[in-house]
Design a protein around this ligand. Structure first.
Ligand SMILES: [Zn+2]
Length: 91
């Protein structure tokens, strides 16, 4: 049985939008949950890498600025392509 995430009313499998509140029914597959977790991991990795990049300008203890910057840029690309993939899956 599927329940609407917004108003908690019962929905049939065929319904793509909630009859009561009109919210779109999200069919959450295991693959999509994994994808979303991966995307949020990438987000944190990207933010951490960004912070490290800035920190590397001021501190010697961090990896070199070029290394940090490369990692940040790579993570940015991976993140945006992962998000695009997720968007496509959602349709
Ligand atoms: Zn609803």
């Amino acid at each position: 049985m599927i329940r609407c995430l917004d108003c908690n009313s019962t929905l049939t499998k065929e319904e793509t939008a909630c009859f009561t509140c009109g919210a779109t029914v999200k069919l959450v597959s295991a693959q999509m949950v994994f994808g979303e977790r991966f995307a949020s991991f990438l987000k944190f990795a990207f933010l951490g890498s960004g912070v490290l990049t800035i920190a590397s300008l001021f501190f010697d203890a961090t990896p070199s600025f070029a290394k940090c910057l490369t990692t940040t840029v790579v993570l940015l690309f991976v993140r945006s392509s992962a998000e695009q993939m997720l968007e496509r899956k959602k349709g």
